[in-house]
Design a protein. Structure first.
Length: 98
């Protein structure tokens, strides 16, 4: 395992919920908060806090609108987030292949 550096894993992505968020967003144009919450089986507060961390790192962006007077938040992965996620996956693959 000489080639694998555990410090190379992005700790921001390595969290179970944030890994789930990034895994969902990498393959779609956007995902609504309610869809993320349902698919990841997260609470509003926990999901919000983890999305905020990803926003602060500029891994995801959010567009907030109103649909029929109800707030709607749509999250998308950024180019920076895609790059970070791909690097994270590449580091995991190094570990698996050893």
């Amino acid at each position: 395992m000489a080639d694998f550096d555990p410090n190379a894993l992005d700790e921001l992505i390595h969290s179970k919920l944030r890994l789930g968020i990034m895994s969902m967003l990498i393959s779609v144009e956007y995902a609504e908060f309610t869809v993320l919450k349902e698919k990841l089986q997260a609470t509003d507060g926990n999901l919000s806090a983890n999305l905020r961390k990803l926003e602060e790192a500029e891994y995801v962006t959010v567009v907030k609108t109103f649909v029929e007077r109800k707030p709607q938040s749509r999250y998308s992965i950024t180019d920076k987030g895609k790059t970070a996620f791909e690097k994270y996956i590449a580091n995991l693959e190094k570990l698996i292949k050893q």
